[in-house]
Design a protein around this ligand. Structure first.
Ligand SMILES: *Cc1c(COP(=O)(O)O)cnc(C)c1O
Length: 238
């Protein structure tokens, strides 16, 4: 069997097992394919097998893969750090921006969307691990940030996103996901519609699902190892 398809079925089993363990319905956990560095031909295999959601980190890759993939119905989320000078291009290709992490970006996006008479879905990215290498709004500032973004009528808030701590210590990783869940509850109480929780990757999807994830973002476990460490894709200066 094709490696991508084989890996997909392994991931599906992992999702099912975690859902069983936490008494959740596996249809409540969506799979987003994190496709940075993956060639369109390989992504196509997954989409043709019925996957419907991909995530890109870099605007250039987002643009390059748009044409080769557009004939196959799917949604594309932007999950990388977004510089304000790339807004115009991102909204051409992405259905959702999961990495909304600062007010300056939100306001510039709002203005551009007004100009184009468009609306876009967003997730607020929170830095739950407090690592300097990771983007995302600080947890202490997240509630205030959510209130502000919620006032921007072109940004349709769908949920919260985080990258968990990279650690073999599950309980430390779990703390990140619990924090995101707690912030979600606080926001829902004041009617900010953050119904989705985008958390969990190849190494920690089980923990994320146990803590309430509704979207897991999987790259390596489906497409294999990437040529550069993740810090490369998360660093603003490259
Ligand atoms: C690359 C990436 C993922 C997927 O990571 P894997 O460990 O390869 O599954 C998820 N989320 C974001 C934001 C990413 O950049």
């Amino acid at each position: 069997m094709n490696e991508v398809l084989n890996n997909l079925s392994i991931i599906k089993k992992r999702i099912e097992n975690s859902c069983l363990k936490s008494k959740r319905n596996s249809s409540d956990v969506k799979l987003l394919l994190a496709t940075k560095t993956v060639l369109a031909v390989k992504i196509k295999i997954a989409l043709e097998a019925g996957e419907t959601l991909i995530g890109e980190n870099r605007v250039q890759e987002l643009a390059e893969k748009f044409e080769p993939l557009k004939a196959i119905p799917h949604q594309t989320h932007f999950i990388g750090h977004l510089q304000t000078n790339k807004i115009k291009e991102v909204i051409k290709y992405a259905d959702c921006i999961q990495s909304m992490d600062r007010i300056e970006l939100a306001e510039k996006l709002q203005r551009r969307l007004e100009f184009e008479n468009k609306i876009i879905d967003v997730f607020l990215q929170v830095n739950t691990s407090y690592e300097e290498s990771k983007f995302g709004i600080a947890p202490e500032k997240a509630l205030d940030f959510a209130v502000k973004v919620n006032q921007l009528d072109r940004l349709n808030i769908k949920g919260l996103m985080t990258i968990g701590l990279f650690s073999a210590e599950t309980e430390k990783v779990r703390k990140c996901f619990r924090l995101l869940k707690k912030l979600q509850q606080q926001m829902l109480e004041i009617n900010i519609p953050v119904h989705e929780l985008s958390m969990g990757m190849s190494g920690d999807l089980e923990t994320a699902i146990e803590e309430g994830s509704t979207i897991i973002r999987i790259g390596t476990a489906i497409f294999g190892k990437r040529p550069y460490p993740d810090s490369y894709y998360w660093n603003e200066n490259r």
